[in-house]
Design a protein around this ligand. Structure first.
Ligand code: FE2
Length: 417
């Protein structure tokens, strides 16, 4: 995505010092030192460089290093009930990794409070995309304030200093982290970086931060920095980190409403590349595809079977978060917040008579909403948190004798949600 944003103006106050950018960056510097994505931001601080630390750095009072149960080494599909995980802490301290790989991590965060006053977080090792299953609030960062609400993605580049404030009593996030930048899928964009006219996503539908007046304040401002596989080091600045009078560039946090993913329907089954919203890494050699399964009309060809076929992936693990229980192929098994983890080489399919039931759905809009992530050449492991909230019977849920809750049929037939 190439969408340059310029926020803020330089106030003409004579006492204010501005740090000049040392030089104009060359293209090689931008693509080399300033990030593999080529995207960068130039920030203008009001008074102090962010190098100013007034206390020695120390280990923080929490960590986000995942751990794994011995069972994580047994190959099997998992179903995790994230809706049954408790609400606790703030968005960062309450973060619980549920599946983890060398480059990608998925976590659930269900905060019941804002982050402590004047404290901040910076993910120094991974880019982040939150999906908001529930709740409202703001991500406040050096780039400004970004409001969020249910059913939006919040993209936060690696290295952003931010905090999350809730305006609802609690919230529920699915969090995706990647060592590589997370951008819109490149097959939707032309060589000028503009969304093509057949793309289901349009870069101009993102929401960018509102930059409030700069905070020219002295004090102690702790920033918990994530590094080294989930370790947290607390650094303390002597000035407020949101002291920017302006910034410009193509690297910044943004919100994208899942309803702005304008689904593509066609006569026959629509494959994942058309459901894709984001992508990370050097696909298909590394990284992942992140898809939004929004309500669309099921295929209407007279021989179409709307239910997906039985399949398994090779060199790819498949992770899916169900925003509602109306996913026809697995209706009666999944609930709101179900998260399935299908490792490569383990097949999955509709269960019971779901494929037959799906015939009635031809040409009808499905009520589903789900977020799916396929990794490339990266094996994920279930963590202790994920394992603790698993459905122990899931691997047997395709058995003919498996008991299922009664499917209501809404997964195939109800109008667009
Ligand atoms: Fe699949």
């Amino acid at each position: 995505m190439v969408l340059i944003v310029k926020k803020g103006t330089v106030p003409p106050t004579p006492h204010t010092e501005f740090y000049a950018i040392p030089k104009v960056l060359t293209k090689e510097e931008i693509h080399g030192s300033y990030g593999f994505s080529g995207a960068w931001s130039r920030k203008i601080h009001v008074r102090f460089y962010p190098t100013e630390q007034v206390k020695p750095p120390k280990k923080s009072d929490f960590a986000l290093v995942p751990d794994f149960p011995p069972e994580a080494d047994v190959l099997q599909p998992y179903h995790i009930f994230t809706g049954r995980m408790p609400h606790e802490g703030d968005a960062i301290r309450g973060r619980k990794p549920i599946v983890h790989g060398t480059r990608t991590t998925l976590s659930i965060s269900k905060p019941s409070q804002s982050m402590p006053k004047e404290t901040f977080f910076r993910n120094g090792e991974r880019h982040e995309v939150y999906f908001v299953q529930d709740g409202e609030g703001s991500v406040r960062s050096e780039y400004g304030d970004l409001k969020f609400r249910k059913d939006v993605y919040i993209a936060i580049p690696k290295g952003t200093t931010y905090r999350i404030d809730l305006t609802s009593p609690k919230a529920w996030f699915l969090l995706v982290e990647s060592t590589h930048p997370i951008n819109f899928a490149p097959h939707y964009f032309n060589k000028e970086g503009q969304a093509t006219l057949m793309s289901p996503v349009v870069e101009t539908e993102i929401e960018t931060p509102d930059l409030p007046p700069y905070r020219d304040e002295r004090g102690e401002f702790p920033i918990d920095v994530k590094h080294g596989g989930g370790k947290i080091t607390r650094i303390t600045l002597g000035h407020h980190p949101f002291d920017l009078v302006g910034w410009e560039g193509a690297l910044y946090p943004f919100v994208f409403d899942v309803k702005s993913h304008h689904g593509i329907a066609r006569e026959i089954h629509t494959a994942p590349p058309m459901h894709q919203t984001f992508q990370s890494g050097n696909v298909p050699h590394s990284g992942f595809s992140l898809c939004s399964f929004v309500p669309v009309m099921a295929g209407w060809h007279p021989l179409e079977v709307p239910a997906p076929y039985a399949h398994f992936n090779v060199d790819s693990d498949e992770l899916m978060f169900f925003c509602n229980p109306f996913y026809g192929a697995r209706e009666g098994v999944v609930e709101e917040g179900s998260f399935t983890f299908h490792p490569g080489s383990t097949p999955h399919s509709p269960q019971g008579n779901a494929a037959q039931r799906s015939l009635a759905a031809r040409g009808k809009v499905q009520a589903r909403l789900a977020v799916m992530l396929d990794t490339y050449f990266e094996s994920m492991r279930i963590t202790t948190h994920g394992f603790a909230h698993r459905d122990p019977q899931y691997v047997l849920s395709w058995a003919e004798t498996a008991p299922h809750a009664e499917a209501k049929g809404e997964g195939w037939e109800s109008p667009s949600a």
